[in-house]
Design a binder for this molecule. Structure first.
Ligand code: DAT
Ligand code: MG
Length: 179
């Protein structure tokens, strides 16, 4: 363990670009962050702990967390790319109907892997074993949100959290999750 300790303490972020099996070497970082939220239906259905546990057990690191009853204006900015969709008004009403649990999870490939863990937008198309594939049925009540790209993640994180709400810390499990 003493051999691991200096590396853990000295590296804020360690790039894994030297790994031969790494699909996008120049872009992969153990400090990639994604915005994940439990939507109002997930909160009402008492799935907050279950959804958080998926990310926690996988090895991702929680760096921000809050419960928030968002305004429609805040949600219109969050979903700005969908403003012309026919379901936009209903989406905003649903998302503003109750509290949301907003989170930032950090780790290798957090954005893409987070989306895989959530499952497809339409829960009926989500594989069992994914969050949506295990806990919901309709697209309009799909219980969770996850950023779809690193760029979206950065925008969404800044939209939901102040910079001092993002906690920089090193998990004691770090050397047991990353080689
Ligand atoms: P995702 O949440 O998987 O990123 P998205 O960004 O395309 O999906 O849409 C955001 C949310 O809008 C989605 O989680 C549920 C809702 N939504 C998407 N398509 C819909 C549709 N065809 N009918 C009703 N709601 C929809
Ligand atoms: Mg989306």
């Amino acid at each position: 363990f003493s051999l691991l300790l200096p590396r853990v303490l000295s590296e804020e972020s360690h790039c894994v670009s030297e790994k031969a099996d790494c699909p996008a070497p120049h872009k992969m970082s153990t400090t990639e962050r994604t915005f994940i939220a439990v939507k109002p239906d997930g909160v009402h259905r008492a799935l907050v702990g279950e959804i958080m546990a998926r990310f926690e057990k996988r090895g991702y690191k929680l760096v921000a967390l809050k419960m928030v009853h968002a305004t429609e204006d805040h949600l219109k900015v969050h979903y700005q790319d969908l403003k012309d969709k026919p379901f936009f008004a209903g989406l905003v009403t649903y998302m503003a109907s109750g509290p949301i649990v907003a989170m930032v999870w950090e780790g290798l490939d957090a954005v893409k892997t987070g989306r895989v863990m959530l499952g497809a937008t339409n829960p009926l198309a989500s594989n069992p074993g994914t969050i949506r594939g295990d806990y919901c049925i309709q697209t309009g009540r799909n219980i969770c949100h996850g950023s779809d790209s690193v760029e979206s993640a950065n925008r969404e994180i800044a939209h939901w959290f102040k910079s001092d709400e993002l906690v920089n810390w090193t998990s004691a499990a770090q050397p047991w999750i990353y080689e």
